[in-house]
Ligand binder design. Sequence first.
Ligand code: SF4
Length: 80
Amino acid sequence: MPTCDECKSFFPLEEDPLKGDCVTREDDGRVQYWMSRPTTAFQEAQECPRFIAKTDKKKEVKDLAGQPEPIVDKKVITWK
Ligand code: SF4
């Protein structure tokens, strides 16, 4: 049974990794924004419609082989 800890949207707290935030991208038809809600690592995610499994980093590298790496500036979020 999947838990929030296995979800891409789960960001654990540094001081207590069993607690964290569920951060999702929302779109109300006019604007897009990020929503953050508190959750726990062991919260059941089976019924969550927003659950997206974390991907295997090794698989991502394999999938990107031969392609240019995307330029990511983590300090800037750009909206289109
Ligand atoms: S509440 Fe849903 S979307 Fe948020 S971290 Fe848990 S499984 Fe993922």
